[in-house]
Design a protein. Structure first.
Length: 270
């Protein structure tokens, strides 16, 4: 038995690092993040086969992860298409999550930050508070409920700060004067450099800030491990994916997951 075949899923597990518990079975992989039970894609069952069996697969998740409130199922089948059988999940209250896994094999199409914007690492407590605030702001705009999302993001980014302090990741911010208007993380391990949580404030979108952040992250990763393959995961047909393609990223694989969030929660768009 081995870990996931999918580059996207392998880099998901890599980024979690010591936070994750990975249970490897012949038919599935069970991923748990005990410190973050509400992290939907940190607590999921990854099926090795492309078979779609809603009742059995939901029951399998509930047996493997009985203490979490959501259900996340994903298939370790790079290039899997969303067939008509997924309608069964929709009828059961699931949302379909379709992602492109993008990689960079050559030089990036470089982009400088716009005038007045400084790109630099996020380092002190005040910077991290701004990161949390921006992540919450964009998450709520995408449909998350503030009272649930704020504590989730605080816990999620406490873990991010610990990981960055260990040296194998960095978080970068785009600052307009003292104000954070964009940010992203990047983590390097097991031959990949995986970008995480790319956000730009609504007031500063379509100005090239996201592309400049990606360049800064890639420069750091290239110094850390010149051979690491840069990986970004984006929602299919989303604006973020178009930005990454303009940077030079190309499609490596597609992934399909289904998520049934806790009551009142919603999957955020990219």
């Amino acid at each position: 038995m081995t870990g996931p075949r999918s580059l996207g899923l392998r880099s998901d597990v890599m980024v979690l690092g010591e936070l994750a518990q990975v249970e490897d079975h012949s038919d599935r992989i069970v991923l748990r993040t005990p410190s973050e039970p509400d992290f939907w894609f940190g607590n999921m069952v990854i099926f090795r086969s492309p078979r779609i069996e809603p009742a059995a697969q939901i029951a399998r998740f509930q047996a493997d992860l009985p203490d979490v409130r959501h259900i996340t199922l994903v298939w370790d089948v790079p290039g899997m298409a969303e067939g008509p059988e997924f309608a069964q999940f929709t009828r059961l209250g699931f949302e379909i999550d379709r992602c492109d896994v993008l990689t960079l094999s050559g030089a990036i199409n470089r982009s400088s930050p716009p005038d007045g914007i400084e790109i630099r690492p996020v380092e002190d407590a005040a910077d991290w508070e701004q990161v949390i605030a921006l992540q919450v702001q964009t998450g709520v705009a995408d449909g998350h409920v503030l009272k649930d999302y704020l504590p989730y993001i605080r816990k999620r980014f406490a873990a991010r700060q610990r990981q960055v302090s260990q040296g194998w990741g960095r978080w970068f911010g785009a600052f307009d004067g003292p104000t954070l208007v964009g940010d992203l993380g990047i983590f390097v391990g097991e031959g990949t450099a995986r970008f995480q949580d790319v956000e730009t404030a609504q007031s500063h979108r379509r100005r090239g800030i996201c592309a400049a952040l990606v360049c800064a992250g890639l420069d750091w990763a290239a110094r850390y491990d010149p051979d690491a393959v840069p990986v970004i995961v984006a929602n299919v047909d989303g604006q973020a994916g178009r930005v990454y393609r303009r940077c030079g990223f190309t499609l490596s694989e597609t992934l399909v997951a289904v998520v049934r969030p806790p009551d009142g929660a919603k999957i955020a768009a990219d």
